[in-house]
Design a binder for this molecule. Structure first.
Ligand code: PLP
Length: 388
C-alpha cells in the first residue's frame, strides 16, 4: 500500500521498543531489571480506583463533551488556581486521554509549516517528532551537564529568529530530572514577551520534586498566561499511566480549537476516568506525597551507586524519576552501552540518543523500581562495565 510522505517525518518513543526487547529476552528465561520505562511502579491509590468503579456503576459509560466534563474541568481549574497560583477557568481546560495529545493537538493548533520551534535536546522525543510531523522546523536547545541540564537562557536567546513561534520547556525534565529556577523562568518569560513567542510548558512532573526545589509555572509571570500552553496530567503524580488521563490549559480561543481537534480524533476522554480524576485532585494526597518521598530515597541510591562506577558520572537531579549519567569515560557510545547492559548485565535502560542527538554520551535510567532492584542493578552494571 502507498505510504503517505508525512509518515517519514514521524518519530517514536524508544522506551516502548526497549521494553519489548526486554520482554522478549525475559520470555527466553533471562532475568531483566527494568529501569527503562517512565512510569511509577506504585499502584493507583485505592480511593481513586473506588471512584472509577463507582462511576461505572452510576452510568458514566457514555460520551461526554470533547473538552472534558464540566465538573472535572472545574476541579482542574480549582486545583491549578490553588496549587500553582495560575488563575484558571474551566473553559481554558481541555481533558485528553493521557497528556501526550496536548502536544499533538496543542502544536497543531498554533504552529504553521515553516515556523521554528525551540525544544530541549536531550528531551522528551515526542516534541521533535510532532514539530517535524506538522512541517515546522525543530531547533534544538542543548541541555548541558555543566549547567545541571538546565536550559541556558542566553543560548535560547541566540536561537531566536524572526521565524521562531514557540519555546518548549519541561520542568522537572525528562530525561535529566533538571528543574528550572524561578530566575531561569522569569528570564525565559521576558524573552517570550520581547519576541512575541508562545511557551509550551510541560509540567507533568511538577509534583515530583525534591530537596526544597520549587516548581514554578511560567504562566505565573505577568503577561505569560495568555501566551502559555500548559501540559499536565495524572500519569506520574497518581501512578495512573494506564488510565490515560491528562489535560492542557490554553487561552480560551485555543482551548476551543483543541477541543475541536479532539472531536475529530478521540471524541472525548473516558467519562468514568474523569470522575476518578476528580477524586484524585480533591481526595487525600498522602499516597501521592509518599511516592515522592520514596522516589527521593531511590534517587540517592542510584546516583551514589552510579558515581561509584569507573567511567560514569551522574548529576543528582532535583525532580522527576530519572537519572542521566555521563558514560563517556567507559569509552563506549550510548547505544552500544545500553544494548550491552541489557544483554550482559540484565539491566534495561535507554540510550541518551533516544532523547535526541545531544543525548549521546549519556544513558537514562528510570528509578521507578524497588530499592532492592536498584541496588542489584547497580551491582550488575558495575560488574559489566568493569569487563569492558
Ligand atoms: N511529558 C513528558 C515529559 C513525559 O515524560 C510524558 C510521559 O512519559 C508525557 C508528557 C506524557 O504523559 P502521558 O502518559 O500522560 O501521556
Amino acid at each position: 500500500m502507498h505510504i503517505a510522505q508525512r509518515m517519514s517525518r514521524l518519530g517514536t518513543e524508544t522506551a516502548f521498543e526497549v521494553l519489548a526487547k526486554a520482554k522478549a529476552l525475559e520470555a527466553k528465561g533471562k532475568k531483566i531489571i527494568h529501569l527503562e520505562i517512565g512510569e511509577p511502579d506504585f499502584d493507583t491509590p485505592t480511593h481513586i480506583k473506588d471512584a472509577a468503579a463507582d462511576a461505572l456503576f452510576k452510568g458514566y459509560t457514555h460520551y461526554g463533551p470533547s473538552a472534558g466534563m464540566l465538573e472535572f474541568r472545574e476541579a482542574i481549574a480549582e486545583y491549578f488556581t490553588a496549587h500553582k497560583g495560575v488563575p484558571v477557568s474551566p473553559d481554558e481546560v481541555v481533558v485528553t486521554p493521557g497528556a501526550k495529545p496536548i502536544m499533538f493537538f496543542g502544536m497543531q493548533a498554533v504552529i504553521d509549516e515553516g515556523d521554528e520551534v525551540i525544544y530541549p535536546n536531550p528531551g522528551f522525543p515526542i516534541y521533535e517528532s510532532v514539530i517535524d510531523f506538522i512541517g515546522a522546523k525543530p531547533v534544538p536547545l542543548i541541555l548541558r551537564q555543566e549547567n545541571e541540564f538546565r536550559a541556558d537562557v542566553n543560548e535560547i536567546e541566540s536561537l531566536i529568529t524572526p521565524k521562531t513561534r514557540m519555546i518548549i520547556i519541561n520542568t522537572p525534565q525528562n530525561p535529566t530530572g533538571s528543574v528550572l529556577t524561578k530566575d531561569d523562568l522569569r528570564r525565559i518569560a521576558e524573552l517570550a514577551i520581547k519576541h512575541d513567542l508562545i511557551v509550551f510548558s510541560d509540567e507533568i512532573y511538577s509534583r515530583i520534586i525534591y530537596d526544597g526545589a520549587e516548581h514554578v509555572s511560567i504562566a505565573t509571570f505577568p503577561g505569560m498566561k495568555e501566551r502559555t500552553i500548559i501540559l499536565d496530567g495524572f500519569s506520574k503524580t497518581y501512578a495512573m499511566t494506564g488510565w490515560r488521563l491528562g489535560f492542557g490549559i490554553f487561552p480560551k480561543e485555543i482551548a476551543t480549537l483543541v477541543a475541536r481537534l479532539q472531536t475529530n480524533c478521540t471524541s472525548c476522554t473516558a467519562s468514568f476516568v474523569q470522575i476518578a480524576g476528580i477524586q484524585a485532585l480533591r481526595g487525600p494526597q498522602n499516597e501521592a506525597e509518599a511516592f515522592v518521598q520514596e522516589f527521593r530515597r531511590r534517587r540517592d541510591i542510584i546516583v551514589d551507586g552510579l558515581n561509584g562506577i569507573k567511567g560514569i558520572t551522574c548529576v543528582r537531579p532535583h525532580g522527576a524519576f530519572y537519572v542521566f549519567p555521563n558514560i563517556e569515560g567507559t569509552g563506549k557510545d550510548s547505544k552500544f552501552l545500553a544494548d550491552y547492559l541489557m544483554n550482559e548485565a540484565g539491566v534495561a535502560c535507554l540510550s541518551g540518543t533516544a532523547f535526541g542527538a545531544h543525548g549521546n554520551g549519556f544513558l537514562r535510567f528510570s528509578y521507578a523500581n524497588s530499592i532492592e532492584n536498584i541496588q542489584q542493578a547497580v551491582k550488575q552494571i558495575k560488574a559489566a562495565v568493569e569487563k569492558l
